[in-house]
Write a protein that binds this ligand. Structure first.
Ligand SMILES: NC(=O)c1ccc[n+]([C@@H]2O[C@H](COP(=O)([O-])OP(=O)(O)OC[C@H]3O[C@@H](n4cnc5c(N)ncnc54)[C@H](O)[C@@H]3O)[C@@H](O)[C@H]2O)c1
Length: 360
């Protein structure tokens, strides 16, 4: 057994709650050997009593007992710490956001290439079952050419922590946005959007960053993809709505349903400019086919909820295979760079400055 020795920087909801807790389930693949937080009381974990307690990120990055650095500190620190750790010869698992700008990502990728170390973006929600099912149905073609996709994360909640402060790199687009933008770009089949339109609002947040946004991605030959996160929508909405020329899919993390028609089994309808007989409206009976998918267990972890563990373990497994077995990464920095390019455009078109630590 040769588990990868992990040093975690930032030991809060993510560093402790997501990463260390996940690693505790896969001792044959990973173990935590160093824990760092600005707060002294956050430098330990009961499952890893031998882990070194570190007061600074530099201590973790320079520790020869650490092979992989998990960057789970404030958003504004990600790119800088990831680059430093790579140049110090560590593999890096970087929480979202994967930097703020493409310049941030490019510097991380360059450091990873120079050092010959793996740089892994932490986009675990790519492995969520409902998303995987939505993508499978979209790609199957049963809904026909897709016209419009809406991904919604509604909620009605106040927030008052650092994630609401621009100084720390907060704001919903860089907080939960990376997950939705990742899903959207996958459904966009990774094309570069020709037009990105973003609107931001600060409704209930105590800080100066947005807690609501909607983003529209458009390109010729691709469906319009709209993404929204709301802090003032108290009624549940479908997370997924996918419209196509042959059918529609809707649903949530628990349940998806879709219905579609086979147009070749319907009467042809050429343009007829004569007023319809009997003053009728256009109406016809459609021969619907239907499908349903239900999650085996409750996996829905929307905005504000702790993420489900299964996708986290899947990402860790793929990272282990990349580091120890040389297998290709399932989620690459180059893919995630395209998402950061979209997010960068959203902030630039709204004249929102990037945090100081960013390269732009
Ligand atoms: N992938 C996901 O689903 C997911 C979920 C939650 C959080 N996150 C990400 O994890 C990161 C942390 O968020 P959180 O919710 O855990 O916040 P948190 O406030 O719970 O914890 C952050 C911790 O990092 C420490 N910290 C900050 N800067 C540091 C530094 N330079 N050196 C050492 N420690 C430092 C803080 O003291 C704090 O304890 C964020 O980037 C967030 O976007 C990702």
């Amino acid at each position: 057994m040769d588990p990868i020795r992990v040093g975690i920087i930032g030991f809060g909801r993510s560093g402790c709650g997501i990463h260390a807790n996940a690693i505790a389930h896969i001792p044959e693949q990973f173990t935590v050997t160093a824990i760092c937080d600005l707060l002294p009381e956050r430098r330990s974990h009961e499952k890893f009593p031998l882990a070194k307690a570190c007061a600074s990120a530099e201590e973790v990055i320079s520790d020869p007992g650490v092979e992989l650095v998990v960057v789970a500190s404030y958003n504004c620190t990600h790119a800088v710490l990831a680059e430093k750790a790579l140049l110090a010869g560590k593999h890096v698992l970087c929480e979202k956001p994967f930097g703020y700008t493409t310049a941030d990502v490019d510097a991380m990728i360059a450091a990873s290439k120079k050092a010959g170390r793996i740089l892994q973006p932490f986009q675990q929600r790519r492995f969520e079952e409902d998303f995987q099912k939505v993508r499978e149905i979209c790609r199957s073609g049963i809904l026909g050419d897709l016209t419009y996709i809406r991904i919604s994360w509604p909620g009605f909640a106040r927030r008052w922590d650092w994630q609401t402060s621009r100084r720390y790199g907060g704001g919903q687009l860089y907080n939960n946005g990376p997950h939705l933008i990742d899903h959207a770009m996958e459904l966009f089949e990774n094309r570069e959007p020709e037009r990105v339109t973003a609107r931001f609002r600060n409704a209930l947040s105590s800080g100066d960053a947005e807690d609501e946004f909607d983003v529209l991605l458009q390109a010729a030959g691709a469906p319009d993809v709209e993404i929204m996160i709301s802090a003032t929508c108290a009624f549940p909405q479908d997370r997924w709505l996918v419209c196509g020329k042959a059918g529609t899919l809707r649903g949530s993390g628990q349940k998806l349903e879709w219905k579609y028609v086979d147009w070749s089994r319907h009467e042809k309808r050429p343009l007829d400019l004569h007023p319809l007989e009997g003053r009728r409206y256009c109406s016809e009976k459609l021969d619907w086919q239907t499908g349903v998918w239900e999650a085996a267990q409750n996996t829905d972890a929307g905005a504000g909820a702790a993420p489900a563990p299964k996708p986290v373990l899947k990402l860790y497994d793929s990272l282990y295979r990349a580091v120890r077995l040389g297998e290709p990464q399932l989620i690459t920095p180059e893919q995630v760079r395209k998402r950061i390019a979209v997010m960068e455009q959203c902030y630039r078109q709204n004249d929102i400055p990037f945090p100081r630590e960013s390269r732009s």
